[in-house]
Design a protein around this ligand. Structure first.
Ligand code: ADP
Ligand code: MG
Length: 255
């Protein structure tokens, strides 16, 4: 009788997409008996563990498909190295109210100051909380959109950048955009406006965006939408990439 029930539970659990229950039924029941669990507690344990495993799987798959260059976190960020950066502001952002509020985050500063690291860490946190995320450099995004346009698939490709709750646009301004590219970026930014969050990083100040996008009118239109609901974080400290080089360069220069 008990074997029959076990087999039936396993079959039902498999059909319902509950593989943990199907595979570990004996173990779960044993634990319930050892811990003298109540009925509700037992059901709560079964569903909680199943959900935890499913969430973990979703998180790992989503990270793989996100295009993120790495999965660094805020815990790995040495705030002491950037004393002018307000750690509370970054921790507040990591609480992700900006995602549900469809607000943007702009990280500005010279190379090596940790802009991509922080953008990535916020995206990883958003992904862990169940939001969809996507990472691209602006140049790659423009390249993809141009190729799609040439193939008559622009609208479909644009969806790649519109769909995720959080879009990381890295390295805005490293290479200038011609007018056609600037128009594509405008479409992207205006279609996401008040619908989804953008985390952008740039080594240019906003006043330089006229040059980045070839045209002051387009740059102003882009900035207008981007900055309406936006936390702007300027990091103006030293480059982390050069920190060890600067130290080791001293004895080398002396000798
Ligand atoms: P940026 O995007 O501003 O050019 P990155 O975020 O790519 O800079 O940082 C360059 C490298 O230095 C990365 O490996 C990053 O993880 C690391 N890094 C930058 N700032 C810090 C920091 N304050 N603490 C720890 N690692 C840092
Ligand atoms: Mg960067």
């Amino acid at each position: 009788m008990s074997e029959l029930i076990t087999a039936r539970i396993q079959a039902h659990a498999t059909r319902l997409g509950l593989p943990h229950l199907a595979e570990h039924l004996d173990l779960l029941v044993e634990r319930a008996e050892t811990d003298s669990m109540g009925y509700r507690e037992f059901i709560d344990t079964i569903l909680g563990e199943e959900l935890g495993l499913r969430e973990g799987r979703r998180f790992r798959t989503a990270l793989k498909l996100s295009g993120l260059p790495h999965h660094k976190t805020l815990e790995e960020f040495d705030f002491a190295f950037q004393p002018d950066l307000d750690v509370r502001k970054i921790r507040d952002l990591a609480a992700l109210a900006f995602v549900t509020g469809h607000r943007n985050v702009a990280l500005l500063g010279p190379p090596g100051t940790g802009k991509t690291h922080i953008a990535t860490a916020l995206a990883v946190a958003a992904c862990q909380a169940g939001h969809s995320i996507y990472f691209t450099s602006l140049d790659d995004c423009v390249r993809q959109l141009r190729a799609a346009e040439a193939a008559g698939r622009f609208a479909k490709k644009l969806q790649t950048y519109l769909r995720p709750s959080v879009l990381v646009l890295d390295e805005v301004g490293y290479l200038p955009c011609d007018r056609a590219a600037a128009n594509m970026v405008f479409q992207l930014i205006s279609r996401r406006y008040e619908r989804g969050s953008i985390i952008l990083t740039s080594n240019k100040t906003f006043s330089e965006w006229g040059q980045v996008f070839t045209d002051d009118v387009i740059a102003t239109a882009i900035l207008d939408r981007l900055l309406h609901h936006c936390d702007v974080i300027a990091i103006n400290g030293p480059s982390y990439r050069l920190k060890d080089r600067a130290l080791s360069a001293v004895p080398a220069a002396v000798s």
